[in-house]
Design a protein around this ligand. Structure first.
Ligand code: MF3
Ligand code: CO
Length: 282
């Protein structure tokens, strides 16, 4: 163990924030590794990727309705992405067999689109899309309500969206990752919902999933320092009942709530700026 002041830090943070970073370093804050800070050129690349990703979600929203299969939505996503000169990042990612994730009702995330799965009145569905364009990754998801949805489930979807918004507000330069998680957890638990702990947000941009992990629960004033130039997702998964989940052994992907009660999730890719943040998937 070294005294704090002598802790080794590579001196290759951008010049304009180097001094500020070293101040936090001497105070004992956990610093992000230099490699998670983006150059202006990289930021523009991720922004372009995010633009296509958002166009894709807008496009899919025009087709999502009762009676369509999730496989059909997946095909639309594949065609749209390729026609924009991009690649669906999930396709073949660690063996994932489709271009998007479609997660209905008690499925928390990583649902695999299927011909057999037809949207029915009362369903809620998360569609999670990630785009690789010109070497840069972006990642976002939204919820869709099919016809008339039970009021308590509608409320879950609304509060999950508020959790994302509250998390984004907490994602300020020179705050800490624990501030994001704590803000999300407080809002969800106020409504007696469960916050999923086994899956988290993540750095994104040069890779699909990279450092740091961004948890959706936590303690204020703890965790990694948030620094301008970071790009990461916030993607809280909020459960009507227990926070506990399991992965379906049959496909190795589909994550479900332990109690089979519904789950809702919204996701954006964020850039931390010197003044606040920018949503790259709006
Ligand atoms: N898009 C998901 C996320 O938000 C990850 C999906 S991994 C996949 O991080 F392989 F299922 F696509
Ligand atoms: Co993500």
């Amino acid at each position: 163990m070294q005294p704090l002041k002598e802790r080794f830090t590579p001196r290759s943070y951008p010049d304009h924030i180097e001094e500020k970073i070293q101040q936090f370093n001497t105070q004992g804050y956990l610093l992000p590794p230099c490699h998670v800070l983006r150059t202006p050129e990289q930021i523009e690349g991720i922004r372009e990727s995010g633009r296509i990703n958002t166009l894709l979600l807008d496009y899919l929203s025009e087709h999502i309705r009762e009676g369509i299969s999730t496989a059909e939505i997946d095909r639309l996503a594949y065609e749209f992405t390729l026609s924009h000169g991009a690649i669906p990042a999930p396709l073949h990612y660690e063996g994932f067999p489709a271009s998007i994730c479609t997660s209905i009702n008690e499925v928390v995330c990583h649902g695999i689109p299927s011909e057999q799965e037809i949207l029915r009145e009362g369903d809620i569905m998360n569609v999670d899309v990630s785009t690789l364009y010109n070497g840069y990754y972006s990642d976002a998801s939204r919820m869709f309500l099919i016809g008339d949805v039970a009021p308590e489930v509608k409320k879950l979807v609304r509060v999950a969206k508020e959790c994302l918004q509250i998390g984004i507000e907490a994602a300020q330069p020179w705050a800490q990752l624990g501030d994001i998680g704590a803000a999300i957890q407080a809002h969800a638990e106020k409504h007696h919902y469960g916050v999923v702990r086994d899956l988290c947000g993540h750095g994104v941009g040069l890779k699909f999933h990279e450092a740091p992990d961004v948890e959706h629960f936590g303690t204020p004033h703890t965790g990694l320092l948030i620094v301008p130039g970071m790009t990461f997702t916030i993607e809280p998964m909020i459960n009507l009942g227990t926070w506990e989940v399991y992965t379906d052994a049959a496909d190795g992907w589909t994550v479900r709530t332990d109690d089979d009660l519904p789950s809702a999730q919204w996701e954006h890719t964020l850039l931390i700026t010197e003044k606040g943040n920018e949503i790259l998937t709006y």
